[in-house]
Design a protein around this ligand. Structure first.
Ligand code: SF4
Length: 120
């Protein structure tokens, strides 16, 4: 007897078969719109299935982890566009870190900045 195997993909396995391009990419400009889109998907997106604290973490490693979790989310583009539109004050949205309404590449560790630049 031959058993058929099915290769899984963390990204495509989250996309319901009836999802349209619009439902996945139209900017989710309000948090209510984001909630409704997640509900319509009918699958648990990462920020609803992992500890939500990690999406608002202080530690740079946790922030990078949250950003990686978003990479598997079918709503990532729409979530990111909505967060930019809302100028989210902080947290990881759509796989990017927002600080004071803008996307920043990485979380700076806590502490006072150096008085003198470091020579490499
Ligand atoms: S992209 Fe990230 S923050 Fe946005 S809905 Fe998906 S998992 Fe949540």
């Amino acid at each position: 007897m031959q058993i058929e195997t099915h290769a899984t993909s963390p990204t495509t396995d989250l996309i319901p078969p009836d999802a349209t391009e619009d439902t996945l990419t139209a900017p989710l400009t309000t948090l209510t719109a984001l909630d409704e889109a997640i509900e319509r998907l009918g699958v648990a997106v990462p920020c609803r299935s992992y500890d939500p604290e990690v999406f608002f973490a202080e530690a740079p490693a946790d922030v990078e982890y949250a950003k990686s979790l978003c990479q598997t989310c079918p709503l990532r583009d729409a979530c990111l566009a909505g967060a930019k539109d809302r100028r989210e004050p902080w947290g990881v949205w759509g796989g990017e870190l927002f600080v004071q309404g803008v996307v920043v590449p990485r979380k700076r560790p806590r502490g006072r900045p150096r008085k003198n630049p470091v020579v490499a």
